[in-house]
Design a protein around this ligand. Structure first.
Ligand code: NI
Length: 252
């Protein structure tokens, strides 16, 4: 019984065998997958995938890398897409300052507008924050809507505690299984269990022992296993808690 709270099964890396991958998931213990939009086209594809498979749900939104191209017509289309009953969140949205040529002002503008959309629709939101911790939290506080998750959390244990205090969730990906990941492991060991989600972010961030291969939702078990070891609880208990948390967060 596992819940992959963040996947990109619409990604072109699955074009050759998407159906086969998805159909194998139930046999591998996956109860739910939320497939996350990254731009307008993938948001539309997420809704189509969710219509096709009963255990797949969708989030719609535009990633900070694509924010500079976003328009108000796109925002209106996201609102329209969100009316489908299997669209459970707005995301992924946020800030990514990793590359030097990025338009930070455009990212901030469209992060705020999409956050406000989530608030208006009373939907949870999924945050992508890379190298932009301070601005990300500042904007969320400015908008004043906290029904969100920090996806593939890359901050410190202290920042995770601050995020939880704001009322938000923290989601850990396969990076927590890497040998050299003391920060993610410190977060995994300390974050309150009722605020923890797990994810693959597939096809990216493949956990150990499959690093180097294409990632897929069934590998969320590796992340669950690692966190259960760090917490000193059983794998089954960790899987059950994170599944219940994700169902509650996404209102499924
Ligand atoms: Ni993602």
């Amino acid at each position: 019984m596992l819940f992959d709270s963040h996947a990109h099964l619409d990604d072109e890396k699955f074009d050759i065998d998407r159906e086969t991958v998805i159909e194998a998931l139930k046999g591998e213990g996956l109860s739910y997958v939320v497939n996350i939009g990254a731009d307008m086209e993938s948001s539309r594809k997420c809704v189509e995938l969710a219509k096709k498979y009963d255990f797949i749900y969708a989030a719609v939104g535009v990633h900070p890398h694509e924010a500079a191209q976003m328009t108000d017509a796109d925002l209106a289309e996201l609102e329209e897409l969100s009316k489908h009953e299997k669209v459970v969140a707005i995301g992924e949205i946020g800030l990514d300052y990793h590359y030097d040529d990025t338009d930070e002002e455009a990212q901030k503008l469209w992060f705020k507008k999409q956050l406000a959309l989530a608030q208006k629709l009373n939907l949870p939101f999924i945050v992508h924050d890379r190298d932009a911790h301070a601005d990300t939290l500042e904007i969320i506080k400015e908008v004043g809507y906290f029904n969100g998750v920090m996806h593939c959390f890359s901050g410190s244990a202290q920042m995770a505690a601050d995020v939880v205090k704001m009322g938000m969730y923290v989601s850990l990906a396969g990076t927590v299984t890497f040998k050299n990941a003391p920060k993610a492991q410190a977060v995994a060991s300390s974050v309150p269990l009722d605020k923890l989600l797990i994810e693959t972010d597939c096809p990216y961030l493949t956990p150990e022992p499959f690093r180097g291969k294409r990632n897929n939702p069934s590998n969320v078990k590796c992340t669950a296993m690692k966190i259960s070891e760090l917490r000193g609880i059983s794998y089954e208990e960790l899987a059950k808690i994170t599944l219940e948390n994700a169902k509650k967060f996404y209102n499924i």
